[in-house]
Design a protein around this ligand. Structure first.
Ligand SMILES: CC(C)(COP(=O)(O)OP(=O)(O)OC[C@H]1O[C@@H](n2cnc3c(N)ncnc32)[C@H](O)[C@@H]1OP(=O)(O)O)[C@@H](O)C(=O)NCCC(=O)NCCS
Length: 199
């Protein structure tokens, strides 16, 4: 396979076709009983098709800059791989840290095992590799070994969201593992305040 082209799509500046293509891949990669493509579209629309011009995306992702999708298309033009990055200023016991956050990592089931997942995640980590952000913070489940191969590690700090509407101190991440990339990044002990919902 020749080297795939990686496109970048910025929230608030995407076409309806691009937005829907991302939703279709998400729906194929994360099948959930009872979930419909219309449900995926409705959930993702505020983040990806909202107003990004002011440099702040309000709503679910609380991102300091608009989230960006990294995507690879297959020969027929359909999306086969994507990963998204947001930025978030979090509080740690050593002060504030503006980190990148990884979400929506998926490859189409028909192309798995061909290296596209690794390529798209490495593209999404460019802002860490070039020093713009000190690290990437994200959650995962079964894909933990996939990320470990790519140089990430699990962290076990208590994590809260101090902006939670009910004051809940539950971990805003829902998946099994919280990870950072790169594994060698300086990372504090103690509580982490995500200052927004999980992603
Ligand atoms: C996880 C996922 C993105 C991997 O995509 P992929 O295109 O198959 O990944 P790659 O082909 O680039 O694999 C890179 C390496 O990771 C390994 N790997 C991939 N998925 C793995 C997994 N679930 N567990 C262990 N290793 C895995 C591959 O074997 C490969 O190893 P190698 O370099 O030694 O050959 C894909 O399986 C997927 O979309 N899963 C469903 C959605 C999901 O779980 N996303 C992650 C949410 S955090």
């Amino acid at each position: 396979m020749s080297e795939p082209t990686i496109e970048t799509w910025t929230a608030g500046q995407m076409t309806e076709e691009q937005f829907r293509a991302g939703c279709v891949l998400h729906h194929a990669a994360f099948p959930k009983p009872g979930r419909t493509i219309e449900g995926v579209i409705a959930k993702k629309r505020p983040v990806w098709m909202g107003e990004a011009g002011a440099g702040v995306v309000p709503g679910p992702l609380v991102s300091a800059t608009p989230p960006v999708r990294y995507v690879i298309r297959g020969e027929d033009g359909a999306l086969v791989a994507n990963a998204a990055i947001l930025t978030r200023t979090i509080s740690t016991e050593q002060g504030e840290l503006t980190v990148s956050g990884l979400l929506d990592v998926a490859t189409c089931p028909s192309v798995r095992g061909q290296g596209l997942g690794a390529k798209i995640v490495q593209a999404a980590w460019a802002s860490v590799d070039d020093g713009t952000h000190p690290l990437c913070l994200f959650e995962t489940g079964e894909a933990r070994p996939f990320y470990e191969k790519l140089g990430a590690r699990v962290v076990d700090n208590p994590i809260i969201d101090s902006t939670h509407p009910t004051g809940s101190r539950d971990n805003p991440f829902e998946d099994t593992w919280v990870m950072i990339y790169p594994a060698r990044a300086s990372w504090p002990e103690g509580e982490i305040d995500l200052r927004g919902p999980g992603y």
